[in-house]
Design a protein around this ligand. Structure first.
Ligand code: MN
Length: 259
C-alpha cells in the first residue's frame, strides 16, 4: 500500500492561517489524512504559511491576494508576482463584483490578470479562483491569459449561471464545491451540471459553517455522501473520483503524495 492511498479526502480551498491555531490544524490534517490546498489572502502572509506547512506531507500553501483585500493591499501586487515564481500553487485570487468591493473592481482586475499572466508564464501552476458576482469577467480573463496546458484553474464556490459554468468547462476549469453549495438549491443545480472528472471538494474554512461551528478540512469526508446521492452513484466511486482528480491536479503542480 502506498502513502497515496492513505489520503481520506481533499480540501481544495481552506484558509488554514485564519484558524486560531494553524500548526495544530496542520498536525490534525496529518492525523486525519486530509490533503489541503491552504490558500492565503495576502502575499505577505504566504511566507509564514510556507513555514508552517514545510514539514507537512498533506498541507500545501498557495500564494494569493484576495479580491476583497485588494483595496488595502494593492501595493503587494509585485510581491504576488514574485512569489508566483516561487510556488506552483496560487490562491486565493479572483474578482468580487459585490457592491462593497465594486469601487476597487478596476484594481482587482489588474491584480487578477497579472496573477494569471505570471502563472501562465511559469507554467505548471494551479490556481484557486474567487468569482462572486464576477463569473463573466473571471472567465474572460482566463480565456485571454491562460493556456490550459500550462495552468489549471479551479473555480472555488462557483455561483455563476449554468451558461457561465458551461463556458468554464469549455475553458478547462475545475470546480471545488463545499457543504453550503450542497445545502442550497442553486448550488446543487450547478453541481449536477459539473462532469465528475472536473469536480473537487473544499470547505472554505473557516467561512463555511458546519453544525454551527467553523468547518475543518476533514469535514470534506462528509461531502462524499451528498455528492453520491446527487449523481446517483455509489459513494466509493465518488471517493475514488475525487482522489483521482485531486492527485492529478496536485501532480500537475509537482506535488506527489508519497513518502
Ligand atoms: Mn476563500
Amino acid at each position: 500500500m502506498t502513502d497515496e492511498s492513505k489520503i481520506r479526502s481533499f480540501d481544495f480551498h481552506c484558509h488554514v492561517d485564519l484558524d486560531s491555531n494553524p500548526p495544530d490544524l496542520i498536525q490534525k490534517c496529518e492525523e486525519y489524512q486530509v490533503a489541503v490546498l491552504a490558500v492565503t489572502t495576502t502575499p505577505k502572509a504566504w511566507s509564514q504559511n510556507l513555514e508552517w506547512t514545510r514539514g507537512s506531507r498533506f498541507v500545501h500553501a498557495a500564494v494569493g491576494l484576495h479580491p476583497e483585500l485588494v483595496g488595502e493591499r494593492f501595493s503587494e501586487i509585485e510581491l504576488l508576482e514574485q512569489h508566483i515564481a516561487d510556488t506552483h500553487l496560487v490562491g486565493e485570487v479572483g474578482l468580487d463584483g459585490s457592491s462593497k468591493y465594486r469601487n476597487v473592481y478596476f484594481k482587482q482586475k489588474e491584480v487578477f490578470e497579472r496573477a494569471l499572466i505570471a502563472a501562465n508564464k511559469h507554467g505548471g501552476r494551479v490556481i484557486s479562483i474567487h468569482s462572486r458576482k464576477a463569473a463573466r469577467d473571471v472567465l474572460r480573463a482566463i480565456e485571454r491569459h491562460i493556456d490550459r496546458t500550462r495552468v489549471l484553474c479551479v473555480l472555488h464556490w462557483f455561483s455563476g449561471s449554468i451558461g457561465e459554468l458551461r463556458e468554464a468547462l469549455r475553458l478547462g476549469c475545475y470546480f471545488s464545491v463545499n457543504s453550503s453549495m450542497l445545502a442550497s438549491k442553486g448550488g446543487t443545480k450547478l453541481i449536477e451540471s459539473i462532469p465528475l472528472d472536473r469536480l473537487l471538494t473544499e470547505t472554505d474554512s473557516p467561512f463555511v459553517k458546519v453544525k454551527g461551528r467553523p468547518s475543518t478540512p476533514w469535514d470534506t469526508v462528509e461531502l462524499v455522501g451528498p455528492i453520491s446521492e446527487l449523481f446517483g452513484l455509489p459513494s466509493n466511486e465518488i471517493s475514488e473520483t475525487m482522489w483521482r482528480n485531486s492527485t492529478n491536479i496536485f501532480q500537475f503542480a509537482g506535488i506527489e503524495f508519497s513518502s
